[in-house]
Design a protein around this ligand. Sequence first.
Ligand SMILES: Nc1ncnc2c1ncn2[C@@H]1O[C@H](COP(=O)(O)OP(=O)(O)O)[C@@H](O)[C@H]1O
Ligand SMILES: [Mg+2]
Length: 337
Amino acid sequence: MRLTDPQSTNEDQGLDQTLRPKTFKEYLGQEKTKENLRILIGAAKKRQEPVEHILLSGASGLGKTTLAHILAYEMGVGLKVTSGPAIERVGDLGSILTNLSDGDILFIDEAHRLNKLIEEVFYPAMEDFKLDIVIGKGPSARTLQLDLPRFTLVAATTRPGLLSTPLRSRFGVSFRLDFYQTPDMEKIIERSAKILRVDILPEATKIIAQCSRFTPRVANRLLKRVRDFAQVKNSGQIDELLAKEALAMLEIDELGLEPIDRQILKIIIEKFDGGPVGLQTLAAATCEEEDTITDVYEPYLMQIGFLIRSPRGRMASREAYAHLNQKLPQDYQKKLI
Ligand SMILES: Nc1ncnc2c1ncn2[C@@H]1O[C@H](COP(=O)(O)OP(=O)(O)O)[C@@H](O)[C@H]1O
Ligand SMILES: [Mg+2]
């Protein structure tokens, strides 16, 4: 497994749960989104109505699932968690929806992977809290309409662009989680260190924050690895040197890049002369899945300005050349145009 992969792995599940903030107060950063959600909840409470359906988008590990849990906690309602690919048949959806209570939140992770047939059943459920069930087949088939509890759908997606327009338009509000600011990352690491009872100096916190790809899940994972390293070394306290040693051993550089990230950039630079290179070609050359490139590697490489995505393909930026100590090709400027 890649250490800085922002996607959740089995190993993470325990860590995610231990460190997951339970209230808005514990959820650090993303101030604008938090403020808007607070207002939304306050207004709904006043009207004594369920909150509108909410769409949360943003890269893996930024806190979408956490927000869904916080919303349920702050509203004092129940939460049912499922995911797009887990709802295979209309019957599955029916049993989930009819088992909700008034006001409950239904959280659907990876909403862009909902199957289209299920999506269509969802529309009347979202709009009018009705469920249409077809009984029987052929000419004798009948449609039965069930009343559903007034639930709030909270959907999360890493790829909002893949959501169908009719589904997207049925959300009352939509929020995009951004990569975190470095000071917020430091606060998140401090908080996690307290919970895990790790003794860490501010300088070391800074080092880990810089390598965490502006992503809380990555920060927590690195903190845990550095702690393990400290324990093996019998160091009670994590200082700057120890943090650096641990990260070097894990082959994570000062920008949080792992060998595979550098490999991708190197292939673009050496094999494709800096690009532009199409996604398919790049996937073949790096032996990675196209989806893994777009969902896992690219968001961060683009965020730090190392990768440029244009309609003609991917290009390595000047900064990427500099970081890898490579010489810019003579015609580089022309390629950008
Ligand atoms: N704003 C935040 N403040 C503190 N910790 C956070 C925050 N957002 C996420 N985390 C931490 O990162 C982990 C991953 O977040 P999660 O909500 O599962 O991300 P996503 O669902 O977007 O992939 C959580 O378990 C939590 O410990
Ligand atoms: Mg999640």
